[in-house]
Unconditional design. Structure first.
Lengths: 259, 267, 265
């Protein structure tokens, strides 16, 4: 089966000279749950953003089912983006709008232009938005202001918004970095469950090794803009992680500060 | 996956939507009402007016008359001087007045009300109206304009200054008292230093506004570039009007830019 | 860490204290003196002429029989201010979005929009009215048009900082969803700025009421024209009555506006 998402020698150089990605070639199959790990600055966020072209590669190409998203422009790009759901570390909800309105925003890629501008979504879309909220477990929060929710709930709204797009791909950029550990696990569990239910091809950036091992089908380790590890959760031994993080992984050593 | 029915919209959301909707309708209705009842000229009248004036206007605007450049610049300079005096006098008078209107210095916020009331009264009066009155009282010329600007600016600056005073940090006050200082020490060493940069910034901002006001006061006879300008407007000498406009706009843009960069570094 | 030796670490004075030093004061005072000279602002003439002043103001006793004449132009004044604020906001919003770096179409367009707004902003409101009155036939029409343009310019100045300092996160999310620029603005920008914008619009309405009171003086509709007539006929009673009415109306609108704005934040 041909790859769902394929990266072809992707390089990203930011203005100012910083080379965030130094030539990444990768294939992701349909339905895979892939976790990308690495230090801050390794290129994880940049890599994920090349999939929906929020970051445009300086060289190379990213293709979705063979069609280049890097070259896409205007209406074509927007159509491709509406097929890709994304959730963010800072949730990126419109704080003063209601939860329901935030989720409905997921339909903006498909709805007729005039209706989208005036906020008149078809009844079917509104029903589907409520449904998405139900599936992430917070149907009763529909009419609450987005910033009145806890962090975990806000991220769930983010997931619901992505779901409302009816996507085939899900991107998650450090979705749990702002949440406490129990909530993080709950959110990741939900994410994995939904990905399985919908058959979504998922790319998730994570900081923590234990979470990567627990949830990933496939782990990709990045360091300095390059892929240094690509394998299953079982293959991701401590030795492998040392390569990724460039230092010994020992639970007895405190990872913060100089030690 | 079957889509379940949409849950009912809660009451408070429905109420908000109704209020917004009604509000919008009322605003539009008022607008339509206003348009209908106003004494708007008929379209043919507008059209003939445009035909008569627009072409000479555009022609004049594209070719500013350089022979009035010197007059325009001199008038604009006089305008600036008017603004300088008006703003300075207002600043000097507003400075002590503002302390009387600041709640946190007088002990009880209620004592500041008469001061605030006075400032509101002075500020509410349209400046140009003041200028018209002064022209009627003291004769045309920059003096009337300066007085009008000065008085109005006192109201404006008084309010801003008193807001600034009320917004200062009480911490340093406490520290000075703890070190044994009296009220005068607190004033000189805590209140004044905290307040001065903002005062200076507000003064400059008011100067920007007064420069525009001074340019306009001449239209009612109170000095500055407005007087020669309105004469030329009445005679429809569009090329000269355009030169005046160029001078005014350039002057104001330059002053604004300088003032903004100084103000940004002050606060 | 050792305490720095005060003899070796110089205290760098801040910009404010540097500004308020001798040379600046000399320049400022010099400017003031020159201004006094050039404008002929004679404080002595003022004080000696204060007798005439007082006598003049004594004549300003309101003549209330003039009231019936006043209320119609007064209404027109308010209508002008209302329409100008409404239309100026509607027309100005797209311009503001084009002039802000995070909501514009592309860079050249942004600079064009900004330049237009800068020029529009440097022309005082009364000047717009004075210029448009001969062109568009004296009456409320030039007043509305003039103040509409003025509203657009002032709103842009107040609002541009607001628009450019909103949270970019939700905008990124909306782009990721596949929304085009207009939808990103409607769903991501407007909710964030709605409250502040409304506050600005109310403030501008205040300014417009004050401006529209006077533009009649140059022929642009409203009570200003009445004022001109009273002055030309030396009808001091009428002038006084008009002033009182104007003051009351402006004060009322100001208070309402302040109250409404405090409820918004």
């Amino acid at each position: 089966m041909s790859a769902h998402i394929s990266f072809h020698d992707v390089e990203v150089t930011y203005p100012g000279g910083l080379k965030a990605l130094k030539g990444v070639t990768l294939d992701v199959s349909r339905g895979e749950f892939v976790v990308i790990v690495g230090l801050s600055g390794a290129g994880k966020s940049t890599l994920i953003r090349t999939v929906n072209n929020l970051v445009v590669p300086s060289r190379g190409d990213v293709r979705i089912e063979g069609a280049s998203v890097t070259q896409a422009k205007g209406a074509d790009l927007r159509r491709m983006r509406s097929d890709i759901g994304m959730i963010f570390q800072t949730f990126n909800l419109v704080r003063r709008s209601s939860v329901l309105r935030n989720v409905l925003a997921g339909r903006l890629g498909d709805v007729h232009p005039l209706r989208g501008l005036l906020g008149l979504f078809p009844k079917a879309d509104v029903a589907y938005a409520h449904d998405c909220l139900r599936r992430v477990g917070i149907p009763e929060k529909a009419f609450v202001r987005a910033d009145a929710l806890s962090g975990g709930q806000q991220q769930r709204v983010g997931i619901a918004r992505a779901l409302a797009q009816k996507p085939s791909i899900m991107l998650a950029d450090e979705p749990v970095a702002s949440l406490d550990p129990p909530t993080s696990h709950a959110v990741l569990r939900d994410l994995k469950r939904i990905a399985r239910e919908e058959g979504l091809t998922t790319l998730v950036n994570l900081h923590f090794i234990d979470m990567a091992r627990e949830y990933a089908d496939r782990i990709i380790g990045m360091r300095d803009g390059l892929i240094v590890f690509d394998g299953t959760a079982d293959e991701a031994t401590d030795q492998a992680f040392e390569d990724i993080y460039g230092r010994p992984i020992d639970e007895s050593k405190d990872l913060r500060g100089d030690s | 996956m079957t889509a379940a029915p949409i849950p009912p919209t809660p009451a408070h959301v429905v109420r908000t939507r109704w209020l917004l909707g009604i509000g919008l309708v009322v605003m539009l209705a008022l607008a339509v009402l206003a348009l209908v009842t106003m004494n708007l000229p008929t379209w043919s009248r507008v059209q003939s007016g445009l035909e008569r004036n627009l072409v000479p206007l555009l022609r004049g605007f594209v070719n500013p008359a350089w022979h009035v450049f010197e007059l325009a610049s001199r008038s604009m300079l006089e305008t600036m001087f008017m603004a300088v005096i008006g703003t300075t006098i207002a600043g000097i008078i507003a400075f002590p007045l503002s302390f009387l209107a600041a709640g946190n210095l007088l002990g009880n916020a209620r004592f500041a009300l008469p001061g605030k009331g006075l400032l509101v009264g002075v500020r509410t009066f349209p400046e140009i109206l003041l200028a018209i009155i002064f022209v009627a009282a003291a004769g045309p010329g920059p003096t009337a304009g300066i007085m009008a600007m000065g008085i109005h600016s006192i109201g404006f600056l008084g309010k801003i200054f008193s807001d600034v005073i009320e917004g200062i940090d009480a911490g340093p006050n406490e520290a000075i008292r703890a070190a044994g200082g009296n009220a005068l020490h607190v004033f000189l060493f805590s209140v004044v230093p905290q307040v001065l940069p903002e005062f200076a910034s507000s003064l400059l901002y008011r100067f920007e506004i007064n420069l525009r006001a001074a340019a306009v006061l001449g239209l009612v006879g109170a000095g500055g570039i407005g007087l020669p300008l309105i004469q030329r407007l009445q005679f429809r000498r569009w090329d000269e009007v355009s030169m005046f406009l160029v001078v005014i706009v350039t002057f104001i843009i330059v002053v604004d830019t300088l003032s903004s960069s100084v103000r940004r570094r002050l606060v | 860490m050792a305490i720095p030796d005060p003899n070796t670490v110089p205290l760098r004075p801040g910009f404010a204290s540097r500004m308020l030093n001798w040379s600046t004061w000399v320049v400022l005072v010099g400017l003031f003196v020159v201004s006094l000279q050039q404008t002929g602002f004679d404080v002595e003439a003022l004080t000696s002429g204060s007798q005439d002043f007082v006598r003049f103001f004594r004549r300003l006793v309101p003549d209330w029989t003039a009231l019936p004449q006043i209320w119609r132009p007064l209404l027109e004044t308010l209508q002008i201010a209302y329409l100008a604020t409404l239309m100026g906001t509607l027309l100005g919003l797209p311009l503001i979005f084009l002039a802000s770096y995070n909501t514009t179409v592309n860079t050249p367009v942004m600079w064009v929009a900004r330049s237009i707004l800068t020029v529009l902003r440097s022309i005082p409101d009364l000047l717009y009215a004075a210029i448009l009155a001969p062109i568009l036939a004296p009456g409320p029409l030039p007043g509305v048009v003039a103040l509409t343009i003025f509203t657009m310019a002032v709103l842009a100045k107040l609002a541009s900082e607001t628009v450019e300092s909103i949270d970019p996160g939700p905008l990124e999310a909306l782009r990721a969803v596949g929304a085009g620029r207009n939808r990103v603005i409607v769903y991501g920008v407007l909710p964030q700025i709605a409250a502040t914008m409304t506050s600005f619009v109310l403030y501008i309405f205040e300014i417009n009421v004050r401006a529209s009171v006077v533009i009649g003086y140059v022929g642009a509709g409203g009570v200003g024209f009445l004022l001109l007539r009273y002055l030309n006929f030396f009808d001091w009673g009428g002038v006084a009555a008009l002033i009182v009415v104007i003051f009351a109306v402006v004060l009322l609108i100001d208070l309402l506006s302040v109250w409404a704005r405090s409820r918004l934040i």
